[in-house]
Design a protein around this ligand. Sequence first.
Ligand code: NAD
Length: 438
Amino acid sequence: MRIAMIGTGYVGLVSGACFADFGHSVCCVDKDASKIERLNRGEMPIYEPGLAALVESNVNAGRLTFAVDGAQAIRDAEVVFIAVGTPTRRGEGHADLSYVYAAAEEIAGLIEGFTVVVTKSTVPVGTGDEIDAIISKARPDAEFAVVSNPEFLREGAAIEDFKRPDRVVIGTDDERARTVMAELYRPLSLNEFPVVYTARRTSELIKYAGNAFLAMKITFINEMADLCEKVGADVQQVARGIGLDGRIGGKFLHAGPGYGGSCFPKDTIALVRTAQQYGAPVRLIETTVEVNDARKKAMAQRIIDAIGGAGRGKTVALLGLTFKPNTDDMRDSPSLEIVPALIAAGVTVQAHDPEGMDEAKKLMPDILYRDSAYDAVVGADAVVILTEWDEYRALDMDRVKLLVESAVLIDLRNVYKAEDMRRRGFTYSSIGRPDAPA
Ligand code: NAD
């Protein structure tokens, strides 16, 4: 099938490359000309494991192309995806749908023949109706159907998630569109990955309900971690003890510095706003948002406390700046809360991140960026593990100890063992686990 993908970001590029790999013919469109130039030179605009090879092989096979001007691709397409950003609208929390609606206007002017317009962007309930209205108004003659097909991939494991999904959700009441979508995803249904067909509004809500539930699960274990610290229990054992219960499940029970990233923060707050708007407030999610915001702030204080309660004249080494490993995405990373608070307290921040530093430099120019974890810890009064990149899991801690000013390790991802660190002479603290006895 011929696909036009409007928006070539984390979702558009991965989905486009995977659909091409299924054998479809895909044109990924983006108004960001520098992104398209890079892709046409064979460079990846984002860091995502396995993506460069997947893109290269599908470009070479002639199934994947890139364009700034999507006009021809949209005219030719049987399926046009909208995969543009839906960030938080400044100052209030609703999703900003201006990119989605602009894409819909553009599509309206171009489609020829029966075209399925698919929203892959995460959009509030009712957005599909609005897109439908935009296209109908601009082109009363057009033959089209608007389908919701939310994306559930995780950055860092995006290709695997796209090709081996827990499920695909398709929201439409249009029989013709359903047949087209079934054909598009046939490689997955053939392999017996579940495809769930729903009405469009239900599909739109499934995406928010899923993310809100996961954000709540993380926040739940984070609060248990705080309680563990007070009562001398171990949150990792609590997580295992409850996670083995099939009704609960072990995933998303890792205590840490609070959730971040390009989806959970904006999607939870957008769901809260939608629910308020419709008079059915989701109080659990309102609380989740509040608790998580407070947690990120508390992490900065935890670090300041560990260096003696005052920041001036102190140096802190941060290992990891992205919201999770295996991505360069800095959107809503906990580091964006923690670093400004440390700097405001007078702390000198030295940092390293394997993939996130280019983006971080634009957002946090006051950090002293270092080329390796070992360079970052030189002269530090405390070392903080903020993101659990693999390369921080097995640091040569004897070497670290020789480089730092004070052997203080604040492990916000619980990658080391208290007893081990204590033996090596570190003052060690982690999340929700008892400190090893002195
Ligand atoms: P992104 O910011 O990485 O990419 C969006 C791209 O769309 C940008 O490159 C932008 O230049 C382009 N764009 C905007 N308007 C355009 C237009 N009119 N024509 C052409 N290009 C246009 O965003 P993303 O992370 O890929 O997220 C896209 C959507 O998918 C969001 O709604 C997000 O919530 C959802 N989503 C994201 C993830 C994730 O892990 N990033 C996972 C699931 C769902």
